[in-house]
Design a protein around this ligand. Structure first.
Ligand SMILES: NC(=O)C1=CN([C@@H]2O[C@H](COP(=O)(O)OP(=O)(O)OC[C@H]3O[C@@H](n4cnc5c(N)ncnc54)[C@H](O)[C@@H]3O)[C@@H](O)[C@H]2O)C=CC1
Ligand SMILES: CC(=O)C(C)=O
Length: 292
């Protein structure tokens, strides 16, 4: 079966369902997301590199961890509390010869971000790539119903966390190393029911551009990826059953994306293949044109 047919088949098999906690659990999703393209062969693009991937236990982060393992990187996966998902990702990454450690932490807490980086240095002796991918969203139909608690939680997780992780990582990064931030198509086209969330993604894009300028002289590149609607635990954990079923339908390609379709962009931005790119965002969104 071609990759495109495989993606369509999973897309069509998704019926409306929800999960009752955030972060969602990949193990409980049915059908399962496609987190690996079996035809993707690594070519040592990340050989001898050590990467931290926050939110790397599941969804897009899991697909990135597996692609990095195939490319020769060793990996530390930071995640909140989805231990079974994290163990499974570690197992798959190790099957490709990577060393992989998993680390439960709260990205909202600066001290815990520092400890994750310390843990990485203690176990691997260095850090070359930071993928800031952990995030939450709380869809709310009415603007006035967005609670102060959820606004704080969304900003603290999605943007404070990226700043804390980057501050912890930068002292260990050198010429040729990279930071990659996950933002969202919602940063560019807005989202009426994800107002606070899309604002955090706007902040992530601006942070990416600003930090890239700050670190350019040191040869550390900072780029982003802006996914469109992707089938991950975040979706059934936060959207209604009807939205889960229809997710991605309105994109020009007419379907949701799969995590495996995102991973090559994160490989590109981590590797020397993007040596002349910094401050940029790659748009992997099923064909929506956005103003970059
Ligand atoms: N799935 C989608 O359609 C899209 C997702 N994104 C972005 O992707 C990221 C979410 O990843 P997905 O792969 O979709 O879903 P996911 O549910 O697999 O990942 C969410 C991750 O965030 C981590 N996380 C949440 N709160 C945390 C905390 N306080 N401390 C540490 N880790 C925490 C979870 O452990 C989990 O690994 C977010 O940054 C989101 O903005 C962006 C655009 C579209
Ligand atoms: C969650 C999110 O950012 C989309 C585009 O669905």
């Amino acid at each position: 079966m071609t990759e495109e047919n495989k993606y369509k088949q999973v897309d069509e098999a998704v019926e409306g369902y929800t999960q009752d906690r955030q972060p969602g659990i990949e193990k409980d999703m049915d059908p399962k997301p496609i987190f690996e393209d079996e035809n993707y062969k690594g070519s040592e693009k990340l050989k001898d590199k050590v990467a931290i991937i926050t939110g790397g236990d599941s969804g897009i982060g899991r697909a990135v961890a597996i692609a990095y393992a195939k490319e020769g990187a060793d990996i530390v996966i930071g995640y909140l509390d989805e231990h079974d998902d994290a163990k499974k990702t570690k197992e798959i990454a190790e099957s490709y010869g990577a060393k992989c450690e998993i680390y439960a932490f709260d990205v909202k807490q600066k001290a815990e971000c520092n400890k994750l980086v310390d843990f990485t240095i203690e176990n691997f002796g260095k850090l070359n790539v930071l993928v800031n991918h952990a995030g939450v969203q709380y869809p709310t139909d009415e603007f006035l119903d967005i609670t102060e608690e959820k606004i704080r939680e969304t900003f603290e997780t999605n943007i404070y966390g990226i700043i804390f992780m980057s501050q912890a990582a930068v002292p260990h990064l050198h010429k040729g190393d990279a930071i990659i931030n996950t933002t969202s198509v919602t940063a560019y086209r807005g989202s009426p029911e994800l107002i606070d969330y899309s604002a955090t993604n706007g902040a992530i894009t601006s942070f990416t551009r600003s930090l890239s300028g700050n670190l350019a002289e040191k040869g550390i590149r900072v780029n982003g990826v802006a996914p469109g609607p992707i089938y991950t635990p975040l979706i059934p954990a936060t959207f209604s059953a009807e939205k889960v079923e229809k997710h991605g339908e309105s994109t020009p390609m007419g379907r949701r994306g799969q995590p495996s379709e995102l991973a090559p962009s994160y490989v590109l931005l981590a590797s020397n293949d993007s040596s002349y790119m910094t401050g940029q965002v790659l748009h992997v969104n099923g064909g929506d044109f956005v103003t970059t």
